[in-house]
Design a protein around this ligand. Structure first.
Ligand code: 5GP
Length: 188
């Protein structure tokens, strides 16, 4: 994999800049604060891609909230495999809790379907999805409708603000589209 010493150079173009991200996440935080008034929801961060979204979202919620983390994986390079494995399960009990799953991006919906099945068995009182990005046009699974969506995006492979390509680029402060030349040789 050929990665530039300045990771910004591997970005074809910026899809959503940092200012727009922060503005929208602030709005989502306010909406969640209003919807969950009087409750103590659990924010369940799906590692690692949701780290940036999770912290920004949490900062903009004024309710007493709890954090949980789960690590699932479905991607091989830039193609979703459809098969999801839960690699690290760090869940304390979510029984009778109001859970908000915090996801970086919902694409085909297979990951979310699997996670919902796992969580439903744990006896949560309610489960909603907050996703930073949504690729509705790519959905393969019916009934995966996040209640809180940051941005609807077209079918690009995006990186930054937590999202990676082969574990790199997560630290870009914006959502960008990766240059084809970076992954072209890697996926042949
Ligand atoms: P799904 O199972 O919905 O197809 O895929 C969900 C997961 O695939 C996301 O949590 C994310 O990790 C990964 N993913 C989907 N689309 C993209 C993308 O455009 N860029 C990156 N970096 N990851 C993606």
């Amino acid at each position: 994999m050929k990665i530039s010493t300045n990771i910004n150079k591997d970005v074809e173009f910026v899809l959503i800049d940092n200012k727009a991200l922060n503005k929208r996440i602030k709005e989502l935080g306010k909406e969640i604060t209003k919807d969950y008034k009087g409750k103590n929801p659990v924010l369940l961060c799906l590692l690692k891609g949701s780290l940036h979204f999770m912290t920004k979202l949490a900062e903009n919620i004024t309710l007493p909230i709890e954090y949980e983390c789960l690590k699932a994986s479905s991607y091989a390079n830039t193609v979703s495999t459809g098969k999801v494995s839960v690699l690290v399960n760090m869940l304390n009990s979510i029984k009778d809790k109001d859970v908000i799953i915090v996801e970086d991006i919902v694409d085909t919906g297979h990951t979310m379907k699997n996670i919902l099945e796992i969580l439903e068995k744990e006896g949560a009182r309610s489960i909603e999805i907050a996703t930073m990005l949504n690729k509705q046009a790519r959905r393969e699974v019916e009934g995966i409708n996040p209640k809180y969506v940051g941005f609807e995006i077209p079918d690009y492979f995006v990186i930054g603000f937590g999202l990676d390509y082969n574990e790199f680029y997560r630290n870009l402060p914006y959502i960008g589209v990766l240059k084809e030349e970076v992954y072209k040789n890697n996926e042949q």
